[in-house]
Design a protein around this ligand. Sequence first.
Ligand SMILES: CC(C)(COP(=O)(O)OP(=O)(O)OC[C@H]1O[C@@H](n2cnc3c(N)ncnc32)[C@H](O)[C@@H]1OP(=O)(O)O)[C@@H](O)C(=O)NCCC(=O)NCCS
Length: 147
Amino acid sequence: MIQYVDMKQEHVSQVSALEQLCFSHPWSENSVAAELDNPLSLWIVALEGDAVVGYVGSQTVLGEADMMNLAVVPLYRRKGVGAALVSCLIQRLKAAEVYSLTLEVRASNDGAKSLYHKLGFEQIGRRPNYYSGPKEDALILRKEWQL
Ligand SMILES: CC(C)(COP(=O)(O)OP(=O)(O)OC[C@H]1O[C@@H](n2cnc3c(N)ncnc32)[C@H](O)[C@@H]1OP(=O)(O)O)[C@@H](O)C(=O)NCCC(=O)NCCS
């Protein structure tokens, strides 16, 4: 059974390894570890036993959260882990009186866009050439809720 828990020091190296696997400009292990000491940050990991099979990271300022990253181990994809991570994050943010979650996604990332739209995110903007390696626009998506 997969459990969704706050990221701890013991998860950092696995989260960092998944970052390297999934993104062209991954956060370093030190940057991920620093999130543990950042009072603005909330990172949640999906655990199968001791194995990290996914994670989501966020930072919140003045009641508005930004999603930093979301990734799921390839073998665990299309099993609901990504959606469960985002839903779990939103529940935790609501409990902390945060009222919105904003994120950027590559314009070509159809799988992630589909996941976010299913969860009620709406496009509110576009940043031209936001990403490099390869160069690509970012779509800005946001979801708000009543507290
Ligand atoms: C995007 C990602 C996190 C999705 O994780 P996941 O655990 O596979 O997502 P879920 O199983 O919860 O998917 C929920 C829904 O999202 C949509 N979806 C997810 N991945 C999809 C894909 N590759 N193609 C089409 N739709 C997809 C589907 O509607 C899916 O529901 P369904 O399986 O019942 O059809 C995962 O593919 C990943 O880690 N990708 C690489 C990193 C990345 O792109 N992160 C997002 C950065 S913004």
